[in-house]
Ligand binder design. Sequence first.
Ligand SMILES: Cc1ncc(COP(=O)(O)O)c(C=O)c1O
Length: 492
Amino acid sequence: VEQIKDEIERRVRSGLLRAGDRLPPARGLATELGVHRGTVAAAYSELAGEGVLASHVGRGTFVTEEAAQILPAAAPEGGAFRWRDHFGGFEPPAQRSEIEAALARDRDPGIISFVRNIPDEALFPTEAFRKSLNDVLREQGGPLLSYAAPEGHDVFLTFVREYLAQERGVTMGEDQLLIVNGSQQAMDLIARSFLRPGDTVLVEQPSYSGALDLFRAHGARLVTVPVDAGGVRVDEMESVLARERPKLLYVMPTFQNPTGSCLDPERRHEVVRLSARYEIPVIEDDFDGELYFDEAPPPPLKSIPGSEGVIYIGTPSKMLFPGLRVGWIAAEAPVVRRLSRVRRIADLSGSPLLQAGLARFAGTGALLRHMKRVRKAYGERMQRLLDGLSRDMPPGVTWTSPRGGLSVLVSLPEGQDSGELLRDGLEEGVLYTPGQMFYVNDGARHLRLSIGNVPTEQVGEGAKRLARVVRRGLGRGPRRNRTRNGLSLPTV
Ligand SMILES: Cc1ncc(COP(=O)(O)O)c(C=O)c1O
């Protein structure tokens, strides 16, 4: 109730909601938020008691004339311009102020931070990459400082085609590849090309927060299928596909973010079959499939016969470094042609210098050497984390056991709220990402730990501190039995 009230109050203060504006019906909003209708009704009723809202039987709930006086605007930003009135179209996610403020402290001295799901700068092969960049620039000069073709720099396209075939078992023709600026841009281009506001996208629950925010910003309605240790629950998928007929399905079959789950080979085949049967395009986000610790994972969906509906996206961001802003899309030729035309209006081209530098770096064998090294390093960190959790966590807490990738999902007993516990985390010197970020509805009792930026020798101590934080929460009991005193997350 408090979270819904907070968000409505924030919107009144910021001018997003004005006198006379109608709020969505309680039932509709409740379904969207995944809460009970009574929760929304209670929030509306409390705000009506405070004079901010008024309900008229049969007509709905409205913002009152007095609301702006009761909840005056925060000090205006940017002088005379009321910028809020000028913004339109793309709606970025609401600020999760308290959580963002806590997470912003993840580089504070003394904090062991499991927040950043990115590789460790200390392991970057910076010098070898600098040499590759120097070499290609010296040899090829000017053209590398101009625009690339919208499909990508030709040498890099050739490298990606060979790499996908050899390392991932994904064989693509010349007109079936598109180089973009990172997999986030890949998803944005796909969303721009496939979605209209109100369209349904089927996502795993939990899922990557950056993708959820992106689809929401495009006005999509998100419908979920749960993930377990064997990946997304395909047994639950068919009925949802038949009922919802989504425009897109977004999955991370390999070392899923945030659970680290890897989709079983049989389930991979089933996703491909369902995509073909219901003619629903699937975005396969293969962002960290290379980061396996022992055995290579099953090949991607895109390598399975009949996977025409799969739009595969890859990136060097986790296996190498994210700052290159390079990524690739492997899809059927009509999809690539369409996305390439959309990319042209989005940003003209990627950087030929960085693409050529990366192709050269890989060509020297440095990329494969680097991958071997980081698989070992992250495998060791992961093992230490799993050992630490087994040793220190109180009963009732569970977690995933990934065989690759950087992240682990920890689940606390019912009634615990990982967002609230961030405050305890700051006191104990440990940070993580609260589960709300990855769930379409609720998710409060979960949290994500990423080993990417915790030096190996600190991982065990980090687990110990986290266990102390969890014990504090358990000592206070389930959330519903307490008055609200912790961090809150706007859910609307
Ligand atoms: C699952 C997933 N997909 C995509 C991305 C974005 O990657 P890129 O750097 O290629 O845009 C991330 C980054 O964290 C991610 O976790």
